[in-house]
Design a protein around this ligand. Structure first.
Ligand SMILES: C[S@@+](CC[C@H](N)C(=O)[O-])C[C@H]1O[C@@H](n2cnc3c(N)ncnc32)[C@H](O)[C@@H]1O
Length: 247
């Protein structure tokens, strides 16, 4: 990812100087493929067992005919892992990056789940047009979004009664502190070289950055009309924490 970003160092420097940004699509194939490969093992091996331990969510996902959304699916490995774990469900993925749609369609085809998975080139802020959904997921992408509240609001409107939104994002510390811990340090690196420029490429932007603290997510969820945010009991899942948002 570092190499992918440094191929664009002059554009990044220009963005730092101007307050502008650099779109994820402009970072190119190396960044896109790196992102997909980084998270693929977690989705393939750990996602289903982790969700199976969260009884009420597992029940909802297992209900025959469940409709599930994956906003910001990237390489599509999360959607495909969910489709394999929940064969009675259908899936809609929404992502704004055209190359990701094509990559994810290939991944779903190779896995033989493309009959139940529809990857759409669309912004998450239009999620309600593709619903209703029993569960909406957003894996490691909310902090990249320039307008996270718009996307969360649309996801909330898209939910069926009793539906839930699950946000997987970085397991950063609750407070800014110096010296930062190792997770915060690496996430500030990703933030400056990848996520913050991406978010700031489309003004007006919340400019969240990769270090999206729990309080920031809680604020966005509240502004989007969710009543509660809880942390799911999913431990030791890479760099991630799972938040459950209840309308
Ligand atoms: C860091 S990647 C994460 C991809 C994937 N979820 C994963 O865990 O590997 C962020 C993704 O969010 C997508 N994205 C950013 N803003 C979006 C928006 N407003 N609506 C839908 N997708 C968005 C990007 O195109 C990109 O594919």
């Amino acid at each position: 990812m570092f190499a992918a970003s440094f191929a664009h160092i002059s554009e990044l420097l220009a963005a730092y100087r101007s307050g502008g940004g650099l779109r994820w699509a402009e970072l190119g194939a190396d960044a896109r493929e790196c992102q997909a490969e980084l998270n693929k093992p977690w989705f393939e091996r750990e996602l289903a067992p982790a969700l199976a331990c969260v009884g009420h969510l597992h029940g909802r996902l297992s209900t025959p005919g469940a409709r599930i959304a994956d906003i910001g699916f990237g390489g599509g490995h999360s959607t495909v892992a969910l489709a394999q774990a929940y064969p009675g469900a259908t899936f809609v993925g929404l992502d704004v990056d055209e190359e990701s749609v094509q990559m994810a369609q290939r991944v779903a085809g190779d896995a033989g789940v493309d009959d139940r998975v529809d990857f759409v080139l669309a912004d998450g802020s239009g999620a309600q047009q593709h619903g209703p959904f029993d569960v909406v997921f957003a894996f490691e992408c909310l902090h990249d979004m320039p307008r996270p509240v718009e996307v969360l609001s649309a996801a909330r409107e898209a939910l069926t009664p009793g539906g839930r939104m699950i946000v997987m994002d970085e397991v950063v510390s609750d407070e800014f502190a110096g010296p930062a811990d190792d997770v915060d340090k690496i996430m500030y690196g990703f933030s400056v070289f990848v996520c913050l420029p991406d978010s700031m490429s489309s003004p007006p932007s919340a400019a969240t950055g990769t270090v999206m603290r729990r309080s920031a997510l809680e604020g966005y969820a509240r502004d989007a009309g969710f009543s509660t945010v809880t942390v799911l009991p999913v431990e030791d899942f890479g760099f991630f924490r799972f938040y459950e948002l209840t309308p």
